[in-house]
Ligand binder design. Structure first.
Ligand code: NAI
Length: 328
């Protein structure tokens, strides 16, 4: 289609933005024939740096980039947006308690939820990357009563991709041969990367691995703690991979998961798999035309049940904390 798509990105002058914007502008999300209008939101002190990023976007001469608008007012930037990628968030700084972090981000996602509710396009889809992603998505969703709850999701695709890569390395297979990977729960250290339903070349992945100790004591913690390992190695948190996962998640959401496969996406729970209703919990989902459906009927053994419940319990705690702060 030649109708331009309006994509809003928050935290656009940040690390992830520096990778994400160029991918979107070059057509990675909507293909070579759909013009993209970027709407970039930042806090006032970062607007100058953002102007520099826009200069570089100009200098790429992307044929798919129709226009770029930047600003610090959410109601202006989100106006008519079809897709909003909420990347900007308050990082935890030294001495900051978890409550302080939830409060600082609560203020951001309350305001952005309200603004989206007021001015976004009717077909808006909202993906939250900024941490704590699940709870930030919950806050935005709760503050946007006119937007269907299914339009909000939080990013666990990076965890999903990390799991694919670890499993491919362990089994000497290609990531392209692996399907039906699942990340359950919170984008945090309690997440549960599940290989028991995954397949490698159509065979059950856990059977191919045939190493229970590796799954429990190597694979799961490696995926769950990969963010910290990147910080340790790079001296900065994962950015290009987070941007890439943000693209993968939005692309699959809007254009559909491949036949015979699914994706991990944190979406509002309808109680599936015994997860408390209303939590933003990562599930295996299939998507088509911008709608997702939770994959049903997977058999959950006792080990998986315990992991799925533990990450749900953490999300309930986060929800209680933001409720107490009056944010939802
Ligand atoms: P960064 O600190 O480099 O950039 C964040 C940007 O957000 C900054 O430019 C800041 O000015 C901006 N910002 C802050 N408040 C804002 C507001 N109210 N409106 C608009 N912009 C605002 O951080 P980075 O590395 O780009 O990461 C962004 C977020 O993504 C962090 O919360 C990080 O923890 C999270 N993340 C999530 C991952 C996931 O898998 N879900 C993976 C990696 C990072």
């Amino acid at each position: 289609s030649t109708t331009p798509v309006k994509v809003a990105v928050t935290g656009a002058a940040g690390q992830i933005g520096y990778s994400l914007l160029f991918r979107i502008a070059s057509g990675a999300l909507f293909g070579p024939d759909t013009p993209v209008q970027l709407r970039l939101l930042e806090i006032t002190p970062a607007l100058k740096a953002l102007e520099g990023v826009v200069m570089e976007l100009d200098d790429c001469a992307f044929t798919t980039l129709d226009s770029v608008e930047i600003g610090d007012d959410a109601n202006t930037i989100f106006d008519g947006a079809n897709l909003a990628l909420l990347v900007g968030a308050r990082p935890r700084t030294k001495g900051m308690e978890r409550g302080d972090l939830l409060e600082a981000n609560g203020a951001i996602f309350t305001a952005q939820g309200k603004a989206l509710n007021e001015v976004a396009a009717d077909d808006i889809r909202i993906g939250v990357t900024g941490n704590p992603a699940n709870t930030n998505a919950l806050i935005a969703m709760s503050n946007a009563p006119d937007i269907p709850k299914e339009r909000f999701s939080a990013l666990t695709r990076l965890d999903h991709n990390r799991a694919l890569s670890q499993l491919a390395a362990k089994t000497g297979s290609k990531v392209a041969d692996i399907t039906k990977m699942t990340i359950w729960g919170n984008h945090s250290a309690t997440q549960y990367p599940d290989v028991f339903h995954a397949e490698i070349g159509g065979r059950n992945a856990a059977e191919v691995v045939d190493d229970r100790d590796w799954i429990e004591n190597d694979f799961i913690p490696t995926v769950a703690k990969r963010g910290a390992a990147i910080i340790e190695a790079r001296g900065a948190s994962s950015a290009a991979s987070a941007a890439s996962a943000t693209i993968d998640a939005a692309r699959d959401w809007l254009h559909g998961t491949p036949e015979g496969d699914w994706a991990s996406m944190a979406v509002v729970s309808d109680g599936s798999y015994g997860v408390p209703e209303g939590l933003i919990y990562s599930y295996p989902v299939t998507t088509s035309n911008g709608d997702w459906e939770i994959v049903q009927g997977l058999e959950i053994d006792e080990f998986s049940r315990g992991k799925m419940d533990a990450t749900a319990a953490e999300l309930v705690e986060e929800r209680d904390a933001v409720k107490e702060l009056g944010l939802i």
